[in-house]
Ligand binder design. Sequence first.
Ligand code: FDA
Length: 303
Amino acid sequence: MANLTRDFFIGLSNNKLLNTNAKKYGFRLGAEKFVAGTNFDSIIGIIKDLNSEGISCTLDNLGEFVTEKSEAIEARDDIIDMLYKIHEQRLDCHVSVKLTQLGLDIGDDFCINNMHAILKVANRFEIFINIDMEKHIHYGKTLEILNELRKEYDNVGTVIQSYLYSAEDDLAALEDVRIRLVKGAYKEDASIAYPSKEDIDRNFMELAKKRLLGNTFTSIATHDHNIIEELKSFVDEHNISRDIFEFQMLYGFRTEMHNELAQAGYHFCTYIPFGSDWFGYFMRRLAERPQNINLVLKDVFYT
Ligand code: FDA
């Protein structure tokens, strides 16, 4: 049943028509619980409040399924505008981007050029750019583009998904690159990804420990308290500096834990999605945690 529910919401997240229509109608179904605002100006207050609690942020101006050059260019320019605002307002933030938002499905060179334009500004302001990892169909290209960009910029990194069989090797190849480790949010075939949650969790733990024993910064991105507790003990046992890692969680999820971890002296970063292209992101969150559906139903029936 859990798998069916997951597949259903992942299916919705990939539906281009629903994604397009959702942009026109604004937040619905309780999406505002997990998507912080419709534009950058509407989330500045949230960022400043989190920063004042010692929490940094990674900002995602939501967008995917881009097939028109004009849309990708608009997304690029919005991200560049955001970099100027982060710099001017001295916000403790970095930026997460998706390559499909920046034209990966249109052409590799076009997408790389858009990333160059973003990284040039981000580099000047010393802002880190994280390339989110999308469906496996984009995986190889994403790693290739990352490697290409890293010839010129060191303020760019990406995400490794522990559900992939290749995660261990891919992580080893990115030993010197700042990485966010996640379990993986998409539906992938058993020929490339572990189907069982047990294996995905075990792999996540092993990969996280390996990274923590190295020297390159790692973002441990999970809401899983069992994993977080075990890694906290691991860090203590091995005298690992808290400066080489951070915990990351999504805006609106387990908010009390964000504050607890920051107050306990761990680096903590909240992933803040915003913008009108909320549907795919929101459906993936429902797929991960069907309990969120209760919030949706409450919104539909009681508001
Ligand atoms: P998981 O869903 O495995 O839950 C484990 C346990 O934690 C649950 O059984 C429950 O006990 C507890 N729990 C989880 N959520 C809870 C909640 N809201 N309230 C109470 N208890 C809860 N994916 C991807 O493919 N590419 C990407 O670029 C990213 N980026 C990204 C950034 C950040 C900051 C995060 C946190 C996640 C991503 N992801 C992602 C998503 C990721 O791959 C994964 O799908 C989700 O984080 C869900 O897995 P978790 O490890 O969080 O917990």
